[in-house]
Design a protein around this ligand. Structure first.
Ligand code: NAP
Ligand code: MG
Length: 498
């Protein structure tokens, strides 16, 4: 069900320039250091809020609160009650959905036309986890030992979870971490990205309103090198659930070694999207374009390596470029905007840097190729939707994650060779293919080494369907039954009955 309240509001109740504290043990508190940082609207540069800047001391306080909650009354809360909390939170997120989705728009730039479509990924996700809460169970297992000895398993919450998330979809990223924690009876210390911390704070406020007990959900905004590093190396954290870049993922693994905490990683990608000559091209053109341009390319599973069969390469890539040129780039609060800004100046520099690299490597920009420098948009971090043609497999723009609205279009002829080339990346998150041939679709879907394969569509997501990576795109799954398992330990119990 889509929520369709009139947009835009320009002054958001939670992003009106005021100061936001962090949530520890059910109380809104300042950073121990007293420090604050600013978060701004990347479309305009305007100040949205100053936010308490958490560091090691705050992480220590939050982890202690999460531990107390985990070992206290929360451990006695029955599945039905946790289910009820999730359902109440889902209702509150639904009631405040316009405000929350616009908060994402304000804090990280994605257009409301996109963030308002997150209803299923936010409200639906919470209701899905609510359903999972009462489905958690161990097994009785027949063993072959002599005599009478009975064996069964118990599923127990893993404990205190440190959740670290990026800025590219704060609403869904926050719910993806706290939903399974509440479902399983874990407690959480969440560190949102410093570029976009507001939605996580607002959801924590709603969780308190829903009746989630103090200490079960703590939110400590701050920087990765300080708060994030303290959380991932903390000896009293049982698991880190991380979403972000593979470089930070590697740092998280190293930091986790001290107490060998469990780690799940949702990392980046350089996903292939393959268009065969027999595809429905009228569907494939917008599909392949938006597989990258949506969210200004700031999606981990964006189909940025566009493989196109040689016989249709020029025509197809030309049409994708034309589609890209027509997209409306602008402030995300305008309901007509299709492409918002990049999240920050740093991302702008990174992406425009790759635009230069692509040109130097000999690729040809058929659309875009630069920053938007005219009019009001010059104040924000806007990049034109860009289509590079004549891209070769070994170019950096075909190998490295750009995280911007940039398509690298590559020609192919032979299918076996195509599969090898499509898999010739260190990543393995998303992948797509467009064809009318069912046998070909099955064959390619089975051959691609990626956690998701989308056939004649891209980026379909559902709370019940697992999402995650192969290779350097990480391990662990979010959504689906597997996600709940990531927050559970299995205990084997043996009872001698003879
Ligand atoms: P990032 O730099 O890795 O940051 C992600 C989070 O980690 C932020 O909260 C960041 O804090 C924190 N962090 C940074 N350094 C850290 C450290 N040493 N220890 C602990 N935490 C640390 O990623 P990003 O640039 O924000 O986000 C883009 C990346 O995320 C892309 O690679 C994208 O593909 C990936 N991503 C993956 C998925 C998925 O589900 N697979 C979804 C979305 C994004 P600060 O930012 O506050 O410094
Ligand atoms: Mg960052």
């Amino acid at each position: 069900m889509a929520v369709t309240q009139a947009i835009p509001i320009t002054r958001h109740p939670f992003a009106n320039g005021s100061y936001k504290q962090m949530l520890i043990d059910g109380k809104w508190v300042d950073a121990a250091s007293g420090k604050r940082f600013e978060t701004r609207n990347p479309a305009t540069g305007e100040l949205l809020a100053t936010v308490a800047e958490g560091d090691k001391e705050d992480i220590d306080r939050a982890v202690a609160a999460a531990r107390r909650a985990f070992e206290g009354p929360w451990s006695k809360v029955k599945p039905f009650e946790r289910q009820n909390l999730l359902l109440k939170l889902a209702d509150l997120v639904e009631k405040n959905f316009d405000e929350l989705s616009q908060l994402d728009t304000l804090d990280m730039g994605a257009p409301v036309s996109r963030t308002r479509a997150y209803h299923l990924r936010a409200v639906g996700m919470l209701r899905y986890y609510a359903g999972q809460t009462t489905a958690i169970h161990g097994e009785t297992i027949e063993n072959s030992l002599p005599g009478e000895i009975f064996s069964y398993t118990l599923k127990e919450p893993v404990g205190v979870v440190g959740a670290i998330i990026p800025w590219n979809g704060p609403l869904t990223a926050t719910i993806w971490k706290i939903g399974p924690a509440i479902a399983t009876g874990c407690t959480v210390v969440l560190k949102p990205a410093e570029e976009a911390p507001l939605t996580s704070l607002r959801i924590a406020e709603l969780a308190m309103e829903a009746g989630v007990p103090a200490g079960v959900i703590n939110v400590v905004p701050g920087y990765g090198e300080t708060a994030g590093a303290a959380l991932s190396s903390h000896h009293d954290v049982d698991k880190v659930a991380f979403t972000g870049s593979h470089v930070t993922g590697q740092a998280i693994i190293r930091a986790s070694a001290g107490n060998l905490k469990r780690v799940s990683l949702e990392l980046g990608g350089k996903s292939p999207d393959i268009v065969f000559a027999d595809a429905d091209l009228d569907a494939a053109v917008p599909g392949a374009a938006m597989a990258v341009f949506a969210n200004s390319g700031q999606i981990c599973s964006a189909g940025t390596r566009l493989f196109v069969e040689q016989s249709i390469y020029d025509e197809f890539v030309g049409r994708v470029a034309e589609f890209g040129r027509k997209l409306q780039v602008g402030n995300g609060l305008d309901p007509n905007t299709q492409i918002g800004p990049l999240v920050s100046e740093q991302q702008l520099e990174r992406v425009t840097g790759y635009l230069d690299i692509g040109q130097k490597e000999g690729a040809k920009a058929l659309a875009g190729g630069g920053r938007v420098t005219e009019g009001a948009l010059a104040k924000g971090f806007f990049v034109q939707p860009t289509v590079f043609a004549n891209v070769q497999d070994n170019m950096r723009i075909a190998q490295e994650e750009i995280f911007g609205p940039v398509i690298s279009a590559i020609a192919f002829k032979d299918m076996d060779e195509l599969i090898k080339r499509a898999n010739a990346t260190t990543f393995g998150l998303g992948s797509g293919l467009w064809t009318r041939d069912v046998s070909k679709a099955h064959k390619v879907a089975k051959s691609l080494r990626a956690g998701s394969v989308w056939v004649n569509c891209y980026q379909a997501m559902d709370p019940a369907v697992p999402f995650g990576g192969y290779k350097m795109s990480g391990y662990g799954r979010e959504s689906g039954k597997q996600h709940v398992e990531e927050y559970l330990n299995v205990k084997a119990v043996w009872i001698k009955t003879g």
